[in-house]
Design a protein around this ligand. Structure first.
Ligand code: A3P
Length: 275
């Protein structure tokens, strides 16, 4: 952490705190932490490691832009400051607020198979509330309305996977060219390929290569290599998912298909999200 001014306690000469030039706005459980940490290995990137919740939380937002800027890391003027808060993607008031700061800001969305994402979201929700004495709600019971047999669109893990509904709000404020969509499923398998596309989008040199990563067999994911030392993401990244009932899985894939198609039309890009 010496060659590019990434050591957070040290302020290098000629550095200042800059507002983000790029936001990773979502999606929750898409692989946003992996993307931010990976990008931060790039010499032209200064990532803010904490989720700021500036634009989606009124208490934070009311502190104003200078409060936000002062929380950003020091950077050289040609570096890009990146902040990531996945709640931005699904929060209706956020697009306008971001545009009021900077309508030319670059927006990155890590998308993931919406069914996988919903299961991952459910797994996170349940790991957060290890509430004793509370009956363990099965994924199947939460996503399917028992009286109608239909998918419950109001369940947060489902709602957040209805990408086109959220994207619609963003496209009212930003043109499509401002966005880059990362294939979150591919980010797991081939981080370098996805990072190359992000580098292109951000107009920064292709610096991140296979020598920056090593596949960790135990974790089952790629980890970063920094000065020969392996750094994996926390245990909360890459959790085991519950095995979901086949009929429910089928129902979910059928349910999401028209929603996915709407998104693909909207963003003029497709993903292979079939079972
Ligand atoms: P799971 O825990 O469901 O596997 P986010 O950071 O947006 O919350 O996303 C978490 C997801 O990032 C994880 O979901 C995991 O699949 C994915 N991920 C992608 N690359 C990863 C990596 N190299 N190490 C760990 N998790 C990674």
């Amino acid at each position: 952490d010496t060659h590019n001014g990434k050591a957070s306690r040290i302020r290098y000469k000629h550095t200042q705190r800059h507002l983000p030039g790029c936001l990773i706005i979502g999606v929750r459980k898409g692989g946003t932490r992996a993307l931010l940490e990976f990008l931060n290995m790039h010499p032209m990137i200064q990532a803010h490691r904490k989720e700021m919740h500036y634009f989606d939380n009124m208490d934070n937002y009311s502190n104003g832009l200078d409060w936000y800027r002062k929380r950003m890391p020091y950077s050289f003027s040609d570096q890009i400051t990146v902040e990531k808060t996945p709640a931005y993607f699904t929060s209706e008031l956020v697009p306008e607020r971001v545009c009021r700061m900077n309508c030319s800001i670059k927006l990155v969305v890590v998308l993931r198979n919406p069914v996988e994402r919903a299961i991952s979201d459910y797994t996170q929700i349940h790991s957060n509330k290890l509430v004793r004495g509370r009956p363990h709600d099965l994924f199947e019971d939460l996503v399917i309305d028992s009286s109608t047999g239909e998918v419950r669109q109001t369940y947060n893990a489902i709602r957040r996977s209805l990408y086109h509904r959220h994207m619609e709000h963003w496209l009212r404020w930003f043109p499509l060219e401002r966005f880059h969509f990362v294939d979150g499923d591919n980010l797991i398998r081939d981080p370098v390929a996805e990072l190359r596309r992000v580098e292109t989008f951000l107009h920064i040199e292709h610096k991140l290569t296979h020598s920056d990563f090593r596949f960790n067999e135990t974790k089952g994911f790629y980890c970063m290599l920094e000065d020969g030392r392996e750094r994996c993401l926390a245990h909360s990244k890459g959790r085991a998912h519950p095995k979901v009932d086949m009929p429910v899985l089928h129902k979910l894939y059928t349910f999401f298909q028209p929603h996915n198609d709407k998104l693909f039309q909207m963003i003029k890009q497709t993903f292979n999200w079939s079972l």
